[in-house]
Design a protein around this ligand. Structure first.
Ligand SMILES: Nc1ccnc(=O)[nH]1
Length: 404
């Protein structure tokens, strides 16, 4: 597929970063090269590459820190949900029906990526299923789809053993192969309840991380003390292997479930080990203590999870709408809390996509989302439509139309 070439931006004029004073953003080589107070005497759109921001609020491109872009049936006729409501039930249902839907497939992944771009997401960490049936084909499909949007979505890939690790001999080797072939992280899945061998699964994953220099990102649905125990096992290994900052717990419902004093101890230990967490702000689970986590040094990322897939019909790919949900579930009301929610979904998620900096600052990748909002709290509670999305210095969406 040949990517279309969207307009390259050299000057994005009259925008209000984080709701502050209007500025003009200069862009060179896909990065923000200068930021100056808005100069109204420079006429709009006199030259190629000059884009008028009309005084709209600017946020950095949204970062979807937990996606499954390989699983969706986005763009296909409705698929009625048919799985049993357990993790194992969903795994079995997906394996039974994905082929008939063409999953994984470049077309569905492309549809998801375009939906992300339309809503202002310019960087993602996506899990991609690796199992005995598919091998590494899912990763190839996702890379092809990423190429097809011309690099507009910057992605880190987690080789994700959705069907289990030790219970499926050969999967650990596939994860190792994926890591050797460039996946940035190896995933895991409920080491206790799926593999029934938490020490074994985690030892296997940490050995790959050490050997290949990749990160670890484990789906942990197990709640309560069982989930907490597995996080402790991860903390021990993170410290032992010196992998601080490289290990993520996804979902981690246990952290929300625990009694207050146990929660505080676990969160403190996670902070000391530099463990990070990603949440999909699920309705019905005890919310993560976002403030306590961040205060303890546990970075929190927000992701859509899979959207419209054989796991669940929900999800639109709109990370700003999900930011509203995170804020609501977290009972955020104050302005500073709502700004925190926006930072979780953008600038503070830099580390989840392998960046030192992801913000509207000189040197940052020119990933910018414009919305018609009074200030950041207003943008978070209303999630207005994205008027303009710039990714790597190119206009990739405008007023709901994707241009790649
Ligand atoms: N929430 C989830 C989506 C997909 N796979 C999982 O294991 N979990």
């Amino acid at each position: 597929m040949t990517p279309r070439s969207p307009e390259t931006v050299t000057l994005l004029r009259d925008v209000r970063p984080w709701g502050g004073d209007a500025v003009d953003l200069q862009v060179a080589d896909g990065r923000i090269s200068a930021i100056t107070p808005h100069d109204p005497t420079v006429p709009a759109a006199v030259a190629d590459g000059v884009v008028d921001g009309h005084g709209l609020l600017a946020l950095p491109g949204l970062v979807n820190a937990h996606a499954h872009v390989d699983k969706s049936w986005w763009g296909k006729p409705w698929v009625s949900y048919g799985g049993e409501a357990t993790t194992q039930g969903r795994i079995a249902h997906e394996r039974a029906h994905r082929d008939e839907l063409g999953i994984p497939g470049v077309d569905v992944t492309l549809a998801v990526l375009r939906e992300f771009l339309r809503h202002g997401t310019t960087a993602i960490r996506t899990h991609v299923d690796v199992d005995l049936g598919l091998g590494l084909r899912g990763i190839e499909v996702v890379r092809e789809a990423l190429d097809a949007v011309g690099g507009a979505v910057h992605a880190e890939i987690v080789a994700f053993p959705q069907d289990g690790v030790l219970r499926r001999p050969g999967v650990l080797e596939l994860l190792d192969e994926a890591a050797a072939a460039g996946a940035e992280h190896v995933g895991g899945l409920d080491p206790a309840s799926i593999d029934r061998d938490p020490v074994g699964q985690l030892d296997g994953l940490f050995a790959i991380a050490e050997r290949r220099g990749v990160g670890i990102d484990v789906h942990l649905h197990d709640g309560g003390p069982l989930g907490a125990f597995q996080i402790e096992l991860m903390i021990e290994r993170t410290l032992r292997f010196g992998l601080q900052g490289r290990v993520n717990v996804a979902h981690g419902f246990a952290v929300g479930d625990l009694p207050a004093s146990r929660q505080a101890d676990l969160v403190a230990a996670m902070g000391e080990a530099g463990i990070t967490m990603t949440t999909v702000a699920p309705v019905g689970a005890a919310p993560l203590p976002v403030h306590a986590l961040r205060e303890a040094g546990v970075a929190v990322g927000l992701g859509t999870d899979g959207i419209r897939d054989l796991w669940s019909p929900y999800g639109t790919g709109d990370l700003l709408a999900l930011t509203t949900q995170l804020a609501r579930l977290s009972r955020f009301r104050r302005d500073d809390e709502l700004v925190t929610a926006a930072r979780v979904a953008s600038s503070d998620a830099a580390r989840f996509v392998g960046r030192d900096v992801h913000d509207l600052v000189v040197g940052g990748r020119a990933d910018v989302v414009l919305v018609d909002a009074e200030n950041v709290p207003d943008a978070v509670v209303r999630a207005p439509g994205r008027a303009l999305v710039v990714a790597g210095g190119r206009v990739v969406a405008r007023d709901g139309d994707v241009l790649v």
